[in-house]
Structures are given as structure tokens and as C-alpha cells.
Design a protein around this ligand. Structure first.
Ligand code: SF4
Length: 350
């Protein structure tokens, strides 16, 4: 792509963005902390879902210092329902590291890369959106758009990625506002250059798009082989004793890491199977499937009571039943609890 072509594309793209781009709350600010929160929430989550969480989270934690000072449970509580809780833990860890260093919020791609949990895409996005850096932020949508404009079947391969970044930088140089070019490409991918049925007739890049001139833009990018991940049978146990319930906190790092959960038995391994002598199992339910990114749980819920429990085996603990509602929990455990709580006193039998 020549410099003149890049300028033409960049200017057309920005004219389209100013007419048709999405108005999103994190685009109304240059506060790097607020933009960071939005970028973390937007990982694997739709824009419409994120908006109320974004506002609520920033009301509770308006600054990086406020987030760093918060307890982990409170951060997870504000995140509950958004899923992928490891993101919240990384954000919290990043805020604490930043405050410890005492150098304020980063302003460049390189400085953002020093923050725990911030990868290359996010560093570019944050430096561009908050500080105006000319850094191409290539998410899935942008990769698809540029794969088609440049007719590159695999835009993530190293040589292609360099060509993509170079073309975006040239558009930024020609159009003059790096943050808007990044936003515009993201919006174009979300609303016009869609994975299926791209709307080439209204696309500001159509005049120079090689995939379009080839007649079959959906050929780009080439499909990737995708594994669906295993389906695991999981039995989640709600064990009660006189208004108290047995729970534990999952270890950090794994699936639903850092969240509270009920003891669970997995068909293969994982989870926490505790042996509590004397449990009277009184209800069981083939409950539901829960799909994660890399695996699916086929959950069976079981509820039981124990008359003389003794001390809770490590790492579990007994908590009062009403307190369970306030513990940050993953969706599978929350759904099982909603079912078990409705069982009421021990009158239901298998
Ligand atoms: S012309 Fe069509 S294929 Fe090319 S970028 Fe625009 S919408 Fe995508």
C-alpha cells in the first residue's frame, strides 16, 4: 500500500467513523485507568454486557489507588456475573503493582507492557486511546478487516502481522488521529466487515480492498482449526449443617480461580472432593451445562445434610447460609446454590 493510498483510506475511514462509529462510555474519557478497566472487561465479553459493569466498577473504584487498596473479595464481588474472573484478579494485581512502584499510570506501549496482565494488544490500545500513541491495536475484528484489505489469509503470522501493523501506521500518519483510527477499524469490523456477509457496499475501505476486488471477501482470513475442549462431568455438593454451608476458595490461576465454591467431584480430576462422614444426601439434580472457553461442565447438583460434622476439612470452612449470597462465586456454583437454597428444611428425598 502506498503512502497516498494509506492517506486516502485513513481519511475515508475517519470520515465514516465520525458519522457511524459507536459512542461508548470509555471513548468519552482519556483517563488511562478507566480505559484500562474497559479493555480488561471487553476481553471475551460483548460491549452491551460490559457497559453497566464498567459504570458500577468505576463508581466503586474511581482510581487505581482505590482499586489497589480494595480487598480481593470486594473486587471479585464487583465483577460477579461478568465471568472470566482471572481478568479481575490480574487487573487488581496490576493496580497493586502500579501503586507499589509509585510512578503513576503508564503513557507508552513499553510502559504498559511492564504491568502484570497487560499483553501486546492491550498495551497498544491503552497507549493509543489514553495517550494518542501511534500504536496499531489489532484485535480479532481489526485482524479480519486488514486480512481482507491486504488479502492476507493469515494475518497473525509474523510477516503478515508486520504488514498489517505497517498499513495501520501508514493510515494513522495520513489521517492524523491514531486513537480514532484504532476505534474506527474496530467498529468497522464489528458492524460492516463482519465475519459473514460483509457490507462492502457501505465500506469506506472498499475502493482499495483487495479481497473485495477478488470477488469473495469471506475467503479471508483463512479458517482456523478450533478444538471445542473437553466436556467434564462435575458433581457439585452443597453440604449443610444447621443453617451453615461448607465452602472453600478455589486456588488462584485455574478456572474460576480465587472464587468461592462448593466442594465438587470431577469425572477426571480437579475440583475439591471432600469426605464428610455421615452426610444424608437428600436431593440430586441433572442440572445444566456451563460452557467455558476451553472446556464444558456437565453439572450435577447434590444437596445433603450432616448431623454431627466436626471441624471443616482443610481448605473448606463452614459459613452461615445467608453469607453465601455475598461470597464472590462462579456462575455454576451460584446456580447450584440457587437450587439448593430453595430446597428448604431437610424434607426432600431422592
Ligand atoms: S470492502 Fe468489504 S471486505 Fe473489504 S474491508 Fe470493506 S467490508 Fe471488508
Amino acid at each position: 500500500m502506498t503512502a497516498d493510498e494509506a492517506r486516502t483510506l485513513g481519511q475515508g475511514l475517519l470520515a465514516w467513523y465520525r458519522r457511524s462509529g459507536r459512542r461508548l462510555p470509555w471513548r468519552e474519557t482519556r483517563d488511562p485507568f478507566a480505559i484500562w478497566v474497559s479493555e480488561v472487561m471487553l476481553q471475551q465479553t460483548r460491549v452491551e454486557t460490559v457497559i453497566p459493569y464498567y459504570h458500577r466498577f468505576l463508581r466503586r473504584f474511581p482510581t487505581v489507588e482505590a482499586l489497589a487498596a480494595a480487598a480481593t473479595d470486594e473486587v471479585l464481588g464487583q465483577w460477579e456475573g461478568l465471568g472470566y474472573y482471572a481478568r479481575a484478579l490480574r487487573l487488581h494485581e496490576g493496580a497493586r503493582a502500579m501503586v507499589r512502584r509509585g510512578e503513576g499510570l503508564p503513557g507508552s506501549v513499553a510502559a504498559w507492557r511492564e504491568v502484570p496482565g497487560v499483553g501486546p494488544y492491550m498495551a497498544a490500545a491503552l497507549a493509543s486511546f489514553a495517550s494518542g500513541a501511534a500504536a496499531p491495536a489489532v484485535d480479532g475484528n481489526v485482524a479480519r478487516v486488514m486480512s481482507r484489505v491486504l488479502a492476507l489469509p493469515r494475518p497473525r503470522l509474523a510477516a503478515s502481522a508486520r504488514a498489517v501493523a505497517g498499513a495501520i501506521e501508514a493510515m494513522m500518519a495520513g489521517a492524523g488521529d491514531p486513537a480514532e483510527v484504532n476505534h474506527a477499524l474496530m467498529d468497522l469490523g464489528a458492524t460492516v466487515c463482519r465475519a459473514r456477509a460483509p457490507r462492502c457496499g457501505v465500506c469506506p475501505l472498499a475502493s482499495l480492498c483487495r479481497a473485495r476486488s477478488g470477488g469473495d471477501p469471506e475467503r479471508y482470513p483463512a479458517p482456523e482449526a478450533r478444538g471445542r475442549g473437553p466436556v467434564l462431568a462435575v458433581r457439585i455438593h452443597v453440604i449443610r449443617h444447621l443453617g451453615r454451608v461448607l465452602v472453600y476458595r478455589r486456588p488462584p490461576g485455574g478456572i474460576l480461580g480465587g472464587l468461592w465454591a462448593f466442594p465438587a467431584r470431577f469425572e477426571n480430576e480437579g475440583g475439591l472432593a471432600v469426605e464428610i462422614p455421615g452426610v444424608t444426601w437428600r436431593a440430586e439434580r441433572q442440572a445444566f451445562r456451563h460452557v467455558f472457553t476451553h472446556q464444558t461442565w456437565q453439572v450435577t447438583a447434590r444437596a445433603g445434610d450432616v448431623a454431627r460434622p466436626g471441624p471443616a476439612p482443610d481448605p473448606t470452612r463452614w459459613v452461615d447460609a445467608p453469607a453465601v449470597d455475598r461470597l464472590p462465586m462462579g456462575r455454576p456454583d451460584r446456580r447450584v446454590w440457587a437450587w439448593a437454597r430453595e430446597l428448604g428444611p431437610a424434607t426432600v428425598t431422592l
